[in-house]
Design a protein around this ligand. Structure first.
Ligand code: NAD
Length: 365
């Protein structure tokens, strides 16, 4: 019989964890509060594993496990490459966040985190709110991204937008020789929390901005506010652009979109943009499209949250560290060009190298 929780049932769970490099998985079950959660600690060489908790109506336990394994691994690379001294982890809670989430469930989840004694620190992700974090914080101190009124770092989106903006500028510098965005044609796909603030930065630099969003009312409100042109959902891939900036959902860089995208640069905040990391990363290189790795350009949010850990929130530190993503993006793109290997691969290797080097110095008592 196939296990319901092992992602690829041909492999044992331990084989799966070994191949992806995870340290620990905690299955949290509390039937009284209806809590079914999985906490994945991927790597703690640099520090405690940090990554948000996501609540989602997964269609199966295996899907939830796949998601938490992939997301926690991604956090390891994101945190390492951003120069943070934190490791990678993530949690998923199985259930409909609107129907099933309750104070008791969140506090119960908080007790499981507390019992990990700081090995995993949680934060907000899809399906969670500031209120969810506040319930968790009633049971454990290992939670970050709390409201500013509680001494936390608050909403991470403005810092994510700043990082995305400087990342776009670095890619423009690489491709056009100057990082001025004046007159550059940039399409922002998704005008949500991050997208809107990014548009503000772009418009202030006189870029020619195009926007699309699934929600017509939201799209119109943002387009009117910033006086930018709207495009429909599919047409965005056919525009004559300098930069395509995916700021909605993942996997928009795939076989079909790569046939159509004419922009020489892809740089946006969405997570997991490449449908297949290897195949579509290589295809971007082949088509001479400069792709800025998502986990690098969208690290502003986690940088912001990380400042809370072990101290008090320091906005100017977070801002300086986020602005430095400009230099890291340029380094990745230069190495990608020099070695003729895809940028996602290069960025992942740079992150792994930092983990190995710091891990080695820690071997000395
Ligand atoms: P959000 O939910 O506020 O905004 C996303 C927007 O994209 C919504 O307005 C939605 O209607 C729109 N959208 C969805 N599918 C679309 C499509 N096919 N075409 C056009 N628009 C579409 O989310 P957000 O917080 O702005 O985050 C955007 C992306 O960045 C997500 O992938 C998120 O995981 C990633 N990210 C966000 C942060 C952060 O600090 N908020 C940090 C790192 C990564």
């Amino acid at each position: 019989m196939k296990s319901k929780i092992i992602p690829h049932a041909s492999k044992s769970l331990f084989d799966e964890l070994a191949s992806m490099g995870h340290e620990q998985i905690l299955i949290c079950s509390d039937p009284e509060s209806n809590l079914k959660a999985i906490i994945a600690v991927h790597n703690t060489v640099l520090g405690p594993a940090m990554g948000g908790a996501r609540m989602w109506s997964y269609s199966s336990e295996a899907d939830a496990m796949t998601d938490v394994l992939r997301l926690s691994r991604g956090m390891t690379f994101k945190n390492a490459l951003a120069g943070l001294n934190i490791g990678g982890g993530k949690a998923v809670i199985i259930g409909d966040p609107r129907q099933d989430q309750s104070e008791v469930m969140m506090r119960s989840f908080g007790r499981f985190i507390k019992n990990m004694n700081g090995k995993y620190i949680t934060a907000e992700d899809v399906g969670m709110t500031m209120q969810s974090l506040e319930y968790i914080a009633m049971e454990t101190k290992y939670v970050a991204g709390l409201p500013k009124s509680r001494g936390g770092s608050g909403n991470p989106s403005p810092m994510t937008a700043l990082g995305t903006y400087v990342g776009i500028k670095a890619a423009v510098k690489k491709v056009f020789g100057t990082d001025s965005l004046n007159g550059k044609k940039i399409a922002v796909q998704g005008v949500g929390h991050v997208g809107e603030i990014l548009i503000d930065y772009l418009v202030k630099e006189n870029a020619k901005v195009f926007v699309s969003d699934m929600y017509a009312d939201r799209l119109k409100a943002v387009a009117d506010k910033y006086k930018v042109e709207t495009v429909n959902l599919q047409a965005i891939y056919d525009l004559d652009l300098d930069v395509y900036s995916p700021c909605a959902l993942g996997a928009t860089i795939n076989d079909s979109s790569l046939e159509r995208i004419k922009a020489p640069i892809i740089a946006g905040c969405a997570n997991n943009q490449l449908a297949d990391e290897k195949k579509h990363g290589d295809l971007c290189l082949e088509k001479k499209i400069t792709y800025v790795p998502d986990f690098l350009i969208n690290a502003g949010g986690v940088i912001n949250i990380a400042t809370e850990i072990g101290g008090t929130y320091n906005e100017s530190w977070a801002r300086a560290k986020t602005e430095n993503l400009y230099n890291i993006v340029l380094e990745v793109l230069n190495n990608s060009e020099k070695e003729q290997r895809n940028a996602q691969e290069i960025a992942t290797e740079m992150a792994m190298k930092r983990i190995q080097q710091i891990g080695r110095i820690k071997a000395n008592y």
